[in-house]
Design a binder for this molecule. Structure first.
Ligand code: NAD
Length: 494
């Protein structure tokens, strides 16, 4: 496989953000684009059609799997140094194309443009980090009790990978899977969420434009995902499935994958608690809750979903949080000043609004000012007098709503935080060092932010326990998900 284009300067990338009339085909080697149907992509902000996108089915999935198998056979033979060079070139290309990618995400899923630029940086950081990590795929030599034997452990790529990604981070959820996969020597087929296909398509085009082989990273788009997913999961050539999305779909895919014994990674839903202790610097705690709760309109798997505040500071914390939320600017995603855009869909809007309505009907108190919103927008809201029976305390809201509950002591706060089937991210604010250690150890979560509402970085393991999933993405841990261990025992005088 020739990788001679890896150093091509990132100067002339041909990608465009969606505009009415734009047409995007899937990025599958050898695809006859005109033979594939199309579906209409609508803006969640305006409801207008912003592009037409390939609606692939079983035939395209089969083609992608054929390619992925061929791509794997040659890609696995490349050196990690060559793979690293391509990942670095792709990283530079993403940063050079930042504005187009950010605009695409703003248009596809309503992410405020400033946050969308931040996502491009975050997404690209996985390419750079795994470009470096590709060179550290070392194995082991084990000591032997037999003088004539040599024992070695090799780390080899698992094979072609099928990745299914959600709409809430249209770029980062792709690179967090694809970068370690490619670095390890796997080929990857990505099926992006039906709401955000264009970001994925543009990433694949950039990959090809820096010289990435077309059979090694492919993007298959579809309005109804099950047909593609069923076929690829049943295909024995696909050796791994990695999924980020909701817990029910994750469980469904996990069960289906048993038949062909796939390696699985599942990054699923969360229901993050934020515990604010009474020794907190209240303004600093408010700032971290704002960052954790209202980023991406609350549509983040690690978003705070429940805020527990120690009784002594409850009123003053609640007042300052409500003031900060009232100051949030709600608007069109492409406007520079917008902090809260629309939710991604009617269903997303209805769920978040129903959590507010249910809480108010059961006696909760709204602390924030009423705002006129329409379409898929939900007014950012803070609720007090919330009880554990309310839906907002039981389910992931995925919207800009913060329910506040008072607690009395550390044990009560930890018990409430852990009383959920989910276990992705949890947060606490305290200046007491002993408490910081005790509580972070006691929380049944994969990620804990201590005085930190935004802990995600490419070098750290990201993932959950219980119903929040299996496996980790990111860091040196994340690449293990794409590697098999092979033990080689050699008798010298064989
Ligand atoms: P979703 O489960 O509806 O969709 C996620 C992906 O699965 C999409 O690509 C979708 O097309 C696909 N899908 C849906 N049904 C399918 C089926 N039957 N067969 C195959 N594929 C199918 O979730 P969503 O609403 O898009 O995403 C939000 C969810 O993702 C939230 O629960 C959030 O917490 C979770 N999430 C988790 C993480 C994490 O790292 N743990 C990160 C982001 C989002």
């Amino acid at each position: 496989m020739s990788l001679s284009h890896a150093s091509r300067p990132a100067a002339h990338f041909m990608i465009e953000a969606p505009t009415p009339g734009a047409d995007y085909t899937a990025v599958i080697a050898g695809l006859e684009a005109e033979a594939v149907g199309r579906y209409s992509l609508r803006s969640p902000a305006s409801g207008e059609v912003i592009a037409s996108v390939a609606d692939c089915g079983a035939a395209q999935a089969r083609l992608a799997a054929d390619n992925a198998q061929r791509g794997f056979e040659s890609w696995r033979q490349t050196t990690p140094f060559a793979r690293a060079a391509l990942l670095k070139a792709w990283h530079s290309a993403m940063l050079e194309a930042k504005e187009v990618l950010a605009l695409t995400m703003a248009r596809e899923m309503g992410k405020p443009i400033g946050e969308a630029r931040g996502e491009v940086d975050y997404a690209a950081s996985f390419l750079e980090w795994y470009a470096e990590q590709a060179k550290r795929l070392d194995g082991d030599i084990l000591p032997s009790q037999h003088p004539d034997k040599r024992l070695a452990v090799l780390r080899q790529p698992v094979g072609p990978v099928f990745a299914i990604t959600p709409w809430n981070f249209p770029a980062a959820m792709i690179t967090r899977k694809v970068a370690p996969g490619l670095a390890a020597g796997c080929s990857v087929i990505v099926k992006p969420a039906e709401q955000t296909p264009v970001t994925a398509i543009l990433l694949a085009r950039l990959w090809q434009q820096v010289g990435g082989p077309a059979e090694v990273f492919q993007v298959i788009t579809a309005e109804r995902p099950a047909e593609i997913s069923d076929l690829l999961i049943a295909d024995t050539r696909i050796r791994k499935v990695t999924f980020t999305g909701s817990t029910p779909v994750g469980k469904h895919l996990y069960a289906k994958s048993a038949a062909t014994m796939k390696r699985m990674s599942l990054e699923l839903g969360g229901h993050a608690p934020f515990l604010v202790f009474d020794d907190a610097d209240i303004d600093a705690a408010v700032a971290e809750v704002m960052a954790s709760k209202f980023r991406n309109g609350g549509q983040t798997c690690v978003c705070t979903n429940r805020v527990y505040v120690q009784r002594g500071i409850f009123d003053s914390f609640a007042k300052r949080l409500a003031q900060a939320v009232d100051a949030l600017s709600v608007g069109q995603p492409e406007e520079e000043t917008t902090q809260i855009g629309p939710l991604v869909s009617q269903a997303g809007r209805d769920k978040a609004q129903s959590h507010i309505d249910d809480a108010l009907a059961q006696g909760a108190r709204r602390l924030t000012a009423a705002r006129e919103v329409d379409g898929f927008f939900v007014a950012p809201t803070v609720l007090a007098d919330v009880t554990e029976e309310m839906r907002i305390m039981q389910e992931e809201t995925f919207g800009p709503v913060a329910p506040l509950v008072a607690f009395d002591d550390e044990a009560q706060a930890v018990a409430a935080a852990n009383a959920t089937p989910f276990g992705l991210a949890a947060y606490l604010w305290t200046r007491n060092l002993g408490r910081a250690h005790r509580v972070s150890e006691a929380l049944d979560y994969g990620i804990v932010g201590v005085n930190d509402g935004a802990p995600s970085v490419p070098q750290a393991p990201f993932g959950g326990v219980k119903d929040s999933g299996i496996g980790r993405e990111g860091g040196r841990y994340g690449i293990d998900e794409y590697l098999d261990l092979k033990f080689v025992s050699t008798r010298l005088d064989g």
